[in-house]
Structure formats: structure tokens, C-alpha cells
Design a protein around this ligand. Structure first.
Ligand code: ZN
Ligand code: ZN
Length: 408
């Protein structure tokens, strides 16, 4: 993939409000999956199965983000006698056993059995426990333009957003993000929009990712099959794309930082394996003042979170002079911390996405030299990411958000 970053760039000074002093106002850490599907769209499990999986596997929040719908209203789903169907007798019996006979509503119309799908509110009432586990309302606006998917998920929205369409890839993306921004400002409610899986069917080049206005969030890791997180021979992986995009945004494009999230994009709860889109592969951990959708969204907008496929942090701090990272070590596992950034000297980009410091010390500290456009952090574990997608064997990783050194 050609990189279109000119050797000489005119540096636009953006160092005003973006300096990352990520205190965020809270000291509690909350782990969440922000991208999931159930049988309301194309997942293979009922929404209660989905919520139960995350609640009982150590998560504090879950975003239900169905394709182009919010789980509300009355919806009946056919119970098939075909064992391969996503809703068959066995699965309905299993739901009754786990959640109670009274919980499951079944009817018969013209000899066909159907189960009523639980709404978002019903799932919330059943599974939420204050301070322990919450559900966040989401939607994946699932556009397509000239056969390329342009998916955007909106977290903590209140009302359904229709696909907006557009005349080009960039205007389609822009129109959907504008619709999210419109709802956010009209309802005075923090909504986070995320550009999903840019490398799925190579939907967005790093240059297109760079040019997106209207949200700073994208998926640096998406755990569903076929998302090409680590690229291939002719396409950069999301890590490299992030550096290309950040460098373009902070130089020629005059745009702000880009924050990377990790998410499961779960579809397959019953069939497990590297060719399926299983739970537990990628998540974010947010530092927030309390476990509420608004507090989580506000902290994310401050960049006060990290993305992970397994590595857990005790702390990270960004001050005017340094980036500090403290890893929660697992016994017998070693860690490599990379501080990655693009330096600009005499108006020229030295190297896009340079490893400025790599250390096995924990905690690890990087002192800003002042010539970095941004500095982000990647922590690489010696432990293999076992629950991976086919072709994505590799270590467990944590990605921390980029910060701009203070130039004052
Ligand atoms: Zn998608
Ligand atoms: Zn999805």
C-alpha cells in the first residue's frame, strides 16, 4: 500500500488543547466490550445469553450494537427444528433452565413456534447491578458504498439512527457521523461514534481513515473473523495505519488525535474457534468516575482508556514531560513496552510511527523530547493471544492512546 505522506510537510501547530493530561476525573477502572450482536441482528444467541456471557466473564459493561436497529418493540423469532438454526428447541430449553420458565415467552402461530426477543430495557432490568455491570445502548450503522462496508457504531445513543447514504465513501461516512453528532447535541448526551473494522474487506485505507472528521475513534482491533487487524502482504495492519493516519492528521490535514479501541464484534456464542467471531477477544478498560454510560463516554472522549487483547494495566499517566505506564504483571510472563511516535525535525517527518523507546522495565516511562507529533504506547506480552482469529496468531497486546507533548 503506497504511503502518501510527503517528505516535507508544513506543520500545523495543533498543540493547543490536545495535550493529553488524561486525568478524566475518575480512578475506577471498568472493562467493557463495546461491539456485540445478538439474534436481533446477525448474532447466533439471544440477547440474555449475550449479556450473561459478559457479566459472568469479568466485564463491567457491554454495548449491544445491532446492525441498523435498537432492540425495542415486539419481535418474535421462529424456533426452528433445524439444529443448525440460531434458535432451536435446545437453545430455548437452555434459556428456560438458566433464566427461568417465566422469563421465556413462546407462542404458536399456524403450527410454528416463536419466541419473543427481550428488549434492551428488559435485558438491562434483568442484568444490571449498580457499580458492577451495566448495559449501554448502541447501534452499528451498517452502510455500504460501492460494495465496501462503511460501518459506524454509536455508543450511548437514545434513538435509532437510520443509514444516511451519500454520494461517495467519504460523504457517506460523514453523513452518518453527522447524524450521530446531531443526536448528541440535540439530546445533550455524550455519544461515542466508532469507525468499525477499517481493514474488513480493506474498506478504508489509512489515508481515508486519516481524513475522517466527526469522530476520533476507530477499531485498532476487532475480534470478528476477517477483519485483518494485522494487515497482509499488501495492506498495512491497524497499528501501522494508526501511525500513518495520526501523522497525516497532525500535519497536512490539521485534524486531531485518533483513539484506538478493541472490541469483540461478537456474532458467534455457541460455536467457538478461530474462524468464528467469538466473545472475549478484545476490549477496552476505561478510567471513569462511576459506572454509568455518560461517565464512560466522557472518559473515552478524554482518551482515558486503553484497548487490550489480554494485557492488564495498573496505571498510566500522561504529564507535560512524560508518558508513564505500569503493567499488572502475570506470573511467569514478560512484557515489552514500546513508545511509538512520529518526530518532526526542521519541518520534516523523520519516520512515521517510529519506536522511540522499547523497554522491558515495569513501570516504564518515556520522557518527551518535544519534537514528537504524538506518542502512543503498545505493551506486548510474552503470552500468546489464544482466543484469536484465524491467521492472527500473536502475543497479547495493550494499546494506549496517543498524547501530544506540551510545547510550551
Ligand atoms: Zn461491522
Ligand atoms: Zn458488528
Amino acid at each position: 500500500m503506497p504511503r502518501r505522506i510527503p517528505r516535507t510537510v508544513s506543520i500545523i501547530l495543533l498543540f493547543v488543547a490536545v495535550t493529553g493530561c488524561t486525568s478524566g476525573g475518575g480512578e475506577n477502572w471498568y472493562k467493557g466490550n463495546i461491539h456485540s450482536h445478538s439474534i436481533w441482528s446477525d448474532g447466533d444467541a439471544a440477547p440474555e445469553h449475550v449479556a450473561d456471557w459478559y457479566k459472568s466473564n469479568g466485564y463491567q459493561f457491554l454495548v449491544l450494537s445491532e446492525h441498523d436497529l435498537i432492540a425495542e418493540g415486539e419481535r418474535w423469532f421462529e424456533i426452528s427444528i433445524d439444529r443448525r438454526s440460531v434458535l432451536n428447541d435446545d437453545r430455548v430449553e437452555d434459556l428456560k433452565t438458566r433464566f427461568g420458565e417465566d422469563w421465556v415467552t413462546v407462542r404458536e402461530i399456524d403450527g410454528q413456534q416463536e419466541m419473543r426477543l427481550k428488549t434492551f430495557e428488559e435485558i438491562r432490568n434483568r442484568f444490571e447491578a449498580p457499580g458492577e455491570f451495566i448495559l449501554v445502548k448502541g447501534e452499528e450503522i451498517s452502510e455500504r458504498f460501492e460494495r465496501r462496508p462503511l460501518h459506524v457504531s454509536a455508543l450511548n445513543l437514545a434513538e435509532f439512527i437510520e443509514r444516511q447514504g451519500g454520494e461517495s465513501r467519504s460523504s457517506t461516512m460523514r453523513n452518518n457521523l453527522d447524524a450521530v453528532l446531531e443526536q448528541e447535541s440535540r439530546l445533550a448526551r455524550p455519544i461515542v461514534a466508532i469507525v468499525n473494522h477499517p481493514n474488513w474487506t480493506w474498506a478504508l485505507t489509512p489515508q481515508e481513515l486519516a481524513a475522517i472528521e466527526g469522530t476520533p475513534f476507530f477499531e485498532v482491533y476487532n475480534g470478528s473473523a476477517g477483519c485483518n487487524n494485522y494487515g497482509d502482504e499488501s495492506h498495512p495492519g491497524m497499528d501501522e495505519a494508526w501511525d500513518i493516519a495520526l501523522t497525516m492528521r497532525l500535519t497536512e490535514l490539521g485534524l486531531g488525535l485518533l483513539y484506538g479501541v478493541a472490541a469483540d464484534d461478537t456474532h458467534d456464542y455457541y460455536t467457538l474457534g478461530p474462524t468464528y467471531s467469538n466473545p472475549g477477544r478484545g476490549w477496552i478498560t476505561v478510567r471513569a468516575r462511576e459506572l454509568t454510560p455518560n461517565a464512560l463516554m466522557e472518559a473515552m472522549k478524554e482518551g482515558d482508556f486503553y484497548a487490550s487483547t489480554g494485557v492488564v494495566l495498573r496505571d498510566f499517566r500522561i504529564s507535560r514531560s512524560r508518558y508513564f505506564v505500569d503493567i499488572e504483571e502475570e506470573e511467569g510472563i514478560t512484557y515489552k513496552t514500546q513508545f511509538i511516535g512520529t518526530r518532526v525535525i526542521n519541518g520534516r517527518v523523520v519516520q512515521t510511527g517510529e519506536v522511540l523507546l522499547e523497554t522491558s522495565q515495569n513501570p516504564a516511562t518515556y520522557r518527551f523530547s518535544g519534537d514528537e507529533l504524538y506518542v502512543r504506547v503498545k505493551v506486548i506480552s510474552s503470552k500468546a493471544h489464544e482466543n484469536h482469529v484465524e491467521g492472527e496468531e500473536g502475543p497479547e497486546i495493550a494499546w494506549l492512546q496517543p498524547a501530544v507533548p506540551d510545547k510550551r
